[in-house]
Design a protein. Structure first.
Length: 94
């Protein structure tokens, strides 16, 4: 199910930059594994990639609350979007 809505352009671009940075980190991790690099170096990169994903998730959660829930067209739509967020957050913290 595809849902389309518009996020502020600056936030959208910043999210894309974050995704590309994490993708670059994952590619570097793959190369490091292929080169049989030191475990500590690989783990350091994994921690950085995980932090990047966590940061992106936090930004998207914040954006969702402010742009999708607070600016919903009706209270019912706001409640629906809030329930969706709660469902996703329950998976996120597992």
């Amino acid at each position: 199910m595809s849902k389309h809505h518009h996020h502020p352009e600056a936030e959208r671009r910043a999210s894309i930059v974050r995704v590309r940075k994490v993708a670059g980190q994952l590619a570097a991790i793959e190369r490091m594994l292929d080169e049989d690099r030191d475990c500590a170096e690989i783990l350091t990169q994994l921690v950085s990639a995980r932090r990047g994903l966590k940061s992106l998730a936090e930004k998207l959660i914040h954006s969702h609350v402010h742009h999708c829930i607070e600016e919903a067209h009706s209270p019912a739509e706001g409640q629906r979007k809030l329930r969706e967020l709660i469902t996703v957050l329950e998976r996120y913290v597992e």
